[in-house]
Design a protein around this ligand. Structure first.
Ligand code: SF4
Ligand code: SF4
Length: 98
């Protein structure tokens, strides 16, 4: 069992915002715009279109899991040894790391 911390450090390291699975999602674009215009306070889990290894399935429903997941290239993935846990990728579609 691994619990990936939902914090600013991990949000900034997460590669999901640049992932092709999310590239065409209007819902993700809106969330990213809102995040970048937010100047203070910590974002909530539903505000961040990423860090799905921590928070579980994406709330946006217009993702394309036919594209390639970027998680194995991510620093958070290495730090928490997510390759040793399931599902090991596509956390946005399958759910958080267990
Ligand atoms: S969990 Fe993987 S597939 Fe989903 S958005 Fe992040 S990098 Fe892409
Ligand atoms: S392992 Fe995937 S979901 Fe988790 S922080 Fe990295 S890119 Fe984001």
């Amino acid at each position: 069992m691994v619990r990936v911390d939902f914090n600013m450090d991990n949000i900034q390291k997460c590669l999901c915002p640049e992932c092709p699975v999310q590239a065409k999602s209007e819902c993700v674009k809106v969330k990213l715009n809102e995040l970048s215009s937010k100047s203070s306070g910590s974002p909530g889990k539903d505000d961040v279109p990423g860090l799905y290894c921590s928070t579980g399935k994406a709330t946006c429903e217009d993702l394309d899991p036919g594209e390639m997941c970027q998680c194995t290239k991510c620093e958070v993935f290495r730090e928490y040894n997510l390759d040793k846990h399931k599902p090991g990728s596509y956390f946005c579609a399958i759910g958080a790391s267990d």
